[in-house]
Structure formats: structure tokens, C-alpha cells
Design a protein around this ligand. Structure first.
Ligand code: NDP
Length: 293
């Protein structure tokens, strides 16, 4: 069994991004990511500050806008419009979930697709599905990089994605079955209505677990030597302590898997690194400056 070290791969990506930031700055472009927060989810604030710290680490400008949770939805839409119009802002990320009185779909539609570094605007979703992505969504893109780092080529393999969310499951499946490098797998997407989930996961050479259920994928559900990617981030109480676990029962499954991502230290750091990657890509495309990513 090999642990796939997301921290190490993410550090390599960040280092490449830092080089791109320098190249862009030498050409007079100061890449900038704007984060916007209007959320009552307690984790959202932490996520946004982590993303701002990440920007700083690679020498990228981070801009943060807080919109009061009680403000009318229009205030958020106006904030997005202002950032869209600002040539000094290259990537915009609205932290999800937004407060209930805001229309999430409208938010996703409002971000200029050229600055939509999450890849959630309908135009960018369409481009991904059409096999011509502008920005690959951060988590599945990070997973594609993790597979490559472990020399796991999905081509011709059986891949099973557990979960069909818009941010993980669906784009992951698109990348896995899509043409080109890191794709060409025969891909099955499972969800809460799937009958006999284990019969699918057991067949898989690559399992991507993104159901949001703690330690849900057990050893009897994976085949010997399979590559297991654990997207889940679940906080649970164990032995009276709060601890973070994935969607995979790591202790059991790592004995059987050929390669596995730990939680923490697997997919999570890659999601953050790919956001920086998408932001320098956005800056390069908006200003026509070539970078080597
Ligand atoms: P969602 O809750 O949006 O989606 C969960 C998916 O799992 C749904 O498609 C659901 O099916 C499916 N599901 C639920 N129960 C079962 C079941 N019993 N059997 C099979 N499938 C099931 O979650 P996300 O995709 O947003 O996130 C998934 C996990 O990944 C979470 O733990 C989240 O915290 C984590 N995450 C981690 C990231 C990282 O960077 N590491 C980034 C994003 C998320 P249905 O559609 O039928 O309801």
C-alpha cells in the first residue's frame, strides 16, 4: 500500500504557481484572487482565511470582501458585479454555502466565466462536459493530479465515483471518462439511490469516495490493489475527542488498497492548490501573458 501524499504534491503545484506569479508580475500583471463571504456556515470563514493565506504564500494578491449576512441579496450580486468589472481582479470565489435568502444559482451565473476559478458557472460546466474545460473544478482536478503523481493512469480502467454533487462527483466523472490525459476510464457514478453499492466499488480499479459519510467505504467494498481516493472531510467524536475522518475507513482499507489518500493530507491540500493554479491561469489568459503551468 502507498499513501498518496497530497501535501507534497500540493507543495509542488504551489511552487509552480509561485514561479508563474513572478513571470506575470515581471510582465506588469499582479495576479489577484478575490474571495467573497456571505455565509452562516461556521467552517466558511476558516476556509476563506485559508485561501487568503495560500495566496500570500505564493506571492499572489488576495482580496477579501465580507458581505453582512443580514444584508439584502442584491448587495452580494453588486459585490460580484464590482469584482467582475475590476481589471485588477483575475479570479473570484464566492464561498459556499451562501445564506438562505440568496439565490445560489444566480450567484454562480453572476461571476464572469473568465474569472470563475471554481469552474461552477454554467458556461464553464458546459465546457467541461463538452471536453473543452476552461477551469477544471479544483477538487476533481486535484485528484487527477494525485492519480498522476502515483503513476495511476485511468485510461482503460474501471473508475467508480461515489457521489454525484455538482462540485465533486459530476465533474470528477467528467474528467475520468473524458478524452485526454488523466481520463479515458470506464466510469460509473453511484449515489444514494444506487442499488448494491459494494458490487460497483468492488469492480473498480479506482474508487473516488465523495458521499460525505464518515468511514463509509470499508475494506470489503474495495478490491485488492485498488486506488482509493478519499474526498470526504467529516468531523466526528471518537473516544471523547473531535477528530477528522474521510469517507473511507482508512485503517481497514489501506491494508488492501494499492494506493490511498489519507485524511487529512490527501485531497484537501490539492483543492486549495488548484484554486491558485486556476487563478494564475485566469490572469495569464486575461492579459495574454504566457506562463508554464
Ligand atoms: P454532497 O452532500 O453534495 O453530495 C454527496 C453525494 O453522495 C450525493 O450525490 C449523494 O447522493 C451521495 N450519497 C449520499 N449517501 C450515499 C450512499 N449511502 N451511497 C452512495 N452515495 C451516497 O457532498 P459533496 O460532494 O459536496 O462532498 C462530499 C464530501 O467531500 C463531504 O465530506 C465534503 O466535506 C467533502 N469535500 C471535500 C473537499 C476536499 O477538498 N477534500 C472538497 C469538497 C467536498 P444523492 O445525490 O442521491 O443525494
Amino acid at each position: 500500500m502507498t499513501d498518496i501524499d497530497g501535501n507534497a504534491v500540493a507543495a509542488e503545484i504551489r511552487s509552480g504557481v509561485a514561479d508563474c506569479v513572478e513571470t506575470l508580475q515581471a510582465e506588469g500583471v499582479d495576479p489577484a484572487l478575490a474571495t467573497v463571504l456571505m455565509s452562516d456556515d461556521p467552517a466558511s470563514e476558516t476556509y476563506v482565511s485559508m485561501k487568503q493565506n495560500d495566496c500570500e504564500e505564493v506571492g499572489m494578491r488576495g482580496i477579501h470582501v465580507d458581505v453582512d449576512n443580514d444584508a439584502p441579496a442584491e448587495e452580494l450580486y453588486d459585490t460580484i458585479d464590482d469584482l467582475n468589472a475590476d481589471d485588477g481582479v483575475h479570479g473570484i470565489l464566492v464561498q459556499m454555502p451562501v445564506v438562505d435568502h440568496v439565490d445560489t444559482r444566480r450567484v454562480l451565473r453572476s461571476v464572469n466565466p473568465a474569472k470563475d476559478v471554481d469552474g461552477f458557472h454554467p458556461e464553464n460546466v458546459g465546457r467541461l462536459v463538452a471536453g473543452n474545460p476552461r477551469f477544471k473544478p479544483c477538487t476533481p482536478h486535484g485528484i487527477q493530479r494525485l492519480l498522476a503523481s502515483a503513476d495511476v493512469d485511468p485510461e482503460g480502467k474501471e473508475a467508480v465515483v461515489v457521489g454525484r454533487s455538482d462540485i465533486v462527483g459530476k465533474p470528477m466523472a467528467n474528467l475520468l471518462f473524458g478524452r485526454g490525459e488523466g481520463g479515458n476510464a470506464t466510469t460509473t457514478v453511484c449515489h444514494s439511490r444506487t442499488d448494491d453499492l459494494a458490487s460497483h466499488t468492488r469492480r473498480a480499479d479506482i474508487v473516488v469516495a465523495a458521499a460525505g459519510i464518515p468511514e463509509f467505504i470499508t475494506a470489503d467494498m474495495v478490491s485488492e490493489g485498488a486506488t482509493v481516493i478519499d474526498v470526504g472531510i467529516n468531523r466526528i467524536e471518537r473516544d471523547g475527542e473531535s477528530t477528522l475522518v474521510g469517507d473511507v475507513d482508512y485503517d481497514e482499507v489501506h491494508e488492501k488498497a494499492g494506493a490511498i489518500t489519507p485524511v487529512p493530507g490527501g485531497v484537501g491540500p490539492m483543492t486549495r492548490a488548484m484554486l491558485l493554479y486556476n487563478t494564475v491561469k485566469a490572469a495569464s489568459e486575461q492579459h495574454g501573458v504566457e506562463i508554464e503551468l
